[in-house]
Design a protein around this ligand. Structure first.
Ligand code: FRU
Length: 465
């Protein structure tokens, strides 16, 4: 595929973007015949949502990605209006995509089988699951997530119960062909958890199961840790897994080495004319490795491979101050680690992508008393068409536990991981060429350590971009 779009200072280098046009959810991630495969919601015709296809990229090492031919396009019938999100499974050795066929009247769960290199797909219309169960509307039924359980197949489908509450429906199959409805695996406890749950993921992790759901209207991604008996999921805890500011539609896979990796869609936060001018929209997060700690809290951090994209170290100037600005650096494409060991309860954090005169800056702040981690985007861009609301999450540190931030800044993409326990991911679009400055600071008494690296790109030369 040849990119016809001009380079842009906002386009990420080490986060995957489609060769052109629009990208939303990661779809069908998996490993087969020596390569990782990553599919995604794709509109090659324009940087806007519409006429959705399945784009495809593959990688031998999770580091560099090759653009592959489009896997699925809408055709007359169940998916005439779009090939919506879904997942990938190897059914009796055959690569199989389960996805939602969309038309304005209804959504159905469709199947396509693929060649061994995952480049050629054949739709299997006779295998479509057409009718949602009682209480679920025909347009509230999507995003099949297929996984193994006790030698059988399960399919979790995102839904809404009576258009009032998010729900995850469950199906069972022996052969991946005939599916039997088992009922809801789990239903949102109340309206505050969203009226519809999209893109459910249900997977084992350690000695528990994890359910993640993308909450509609867009409230970010929730994670539940609990138990699953093959029919019902019973949560033991609920947490905010990623705070909305663009991140949505997470999708997890089991890597050949046993790691659970999860990707997320990072949506644009600009007005459509600015997006149209660039010709591309949407990025994927880096793969995130998930784990449980001893207290069964869900942990997430960038997969180890991300560190292999580090090139040179970013020069860091320690100011020698104990209060105020402790370190200075420059850059808009970097991987940064900062540790704050606080001796009082005053705020500390990082300032990124700041102009020398202070006209633009993005701040990552931690308030120990409020136990709040905030990404302040109010001054992140002078473009009035950019969304700039703050993002925040609760971060409860143990006694004496330092604040550990891992920050992936990749031009317009920002992912902030805090103590592996949460992620705030979003987008920022500074307008000034000199919005390059960064610093670490502590208002109180703290030991601060900062390291950073510039990052290499992830699109392999064979992609011809
Ligand atoms: C989530 C979502 C899915 C749907 C897809 C359509 O972002 O709305 O529920 O399948 O996007 O592109």
């Amino acid at each position: 595929m040849t990119a016809l779009i001009a380079p842009s200072r906002h386009r990420p280098r080490y986060h995957y973007t489609a060769p052109r046009g629009w990208l939303n959810d990661p779809n069908g991630v998996g490993f087969h015949a020596g390569r990782y495969h990553l599919f995604y919601q794709f509109n090659p015709a324009a940087p806007r949502w519409g006429d959705i296809q399945w784009g495809h990229a593959s990688s031998a090492d999770l580091l560099t990605w090759r653009d592959e031919p489009v896997a699925l396009v809408p055709s007359p019938g169940h998916d005439a209006g779009g090939c919506f999100s879904g997942s990938l499974a190897l059914v009796d050795g055959v690569p199989t995509i389960y996805y939602t066929g969309y038309t304005p009247e209804r959504q159905v769960q469709c199947v396509a089988t693929g060649s061994d290199d995952l480049r050629h797909w054949t739709k299997q219309p006779q295998r479509t699951i057409v009718d949602p169960p009682e209480g679920v509307g025909a347009t509230d039924f999507r995003d099949p997530y297929v996984f193994r359980h006790d030698g059988q197949w399960r399919m979790a489908v995102g839904a809404s119960l009576r258009s009032e509450r998010g729900q995850v429906l469950l199906y069972r199959s022996d052969d991946g062909v005939q599916w039997h409805h088992l009922g809801p695996a789990y239903t949102a406890p109340d309206l505050a958890h969203g009226v519809l749950w999209e893109c459910p993921n249900l997977f084992p992790l350690g000695d528990r199961w994890v359910l993640t759901v993308s909450v509609w209207p867009n409230l970010g991604v929730l994670a539940y840790v609990g138990r699953f008996d093959g029919t019902n999921f019973v949560p033991e805890s609920e947490s905010v897994h990623d705070v909305d500011g663009g991140a949505f539609a997470h999708l997890a896979m089991r890597a050949p080495d046993g790691r659970t990796l999860q990707w997320s869609w990072l949506n644009e936060q600009r007005a459509q004319p600015a997006i149209d001018a660039e010709g591309w929209a949407g990025a994927l997060s880096v793969p995130r490795e998930l784990a449980l700690d001893a207290r069964h809290r869900l942990l997430q951090r960038p997969a180890a491979e991300v560190a292999a994209l580090r090139r040179g170290p970013v020069p860091i100037t320690a100011t020698g101050e104990r209060r105020g600005i402790t370190h200075r650096f420059q850059g808009t494409c970097l991987d940064l680690e900062a540790r704050f060991t606080m001796r009082d309860r005053l705020k500390c954090g990082l300032v990124l992508a700041a102009s020398p005169g202070g006209e633009e800056s993005t701040r990552v702040l931690f308030w120990p008393d409020a136990r709040r981690l905030v990404v302040e985007r109010g001054a992140s861009s002078q473009d009035p068409g950019t969304r700039r609301q703050d993002l925040w999450a609760l971060l409860v540190l143990d006694e004496g536990e330092p604040l550990d931030l891992r920050v992936l800044l990749d031009h317009s993409v920002l992912e902030v991981y805090a103590n592996q326990r949460l992620c705030l991911s979003t987008r920022l679009y500074p307008t000034r060429a000199d919005s390059l400055e960064g610093w670490a600071f502590a208002d109180g008494d703290a030991d601060v350590a900062v390291q950073a690296w510039t990052m290499g790109g992830v699109i392999d030369a064979a992609s011809g971009r």
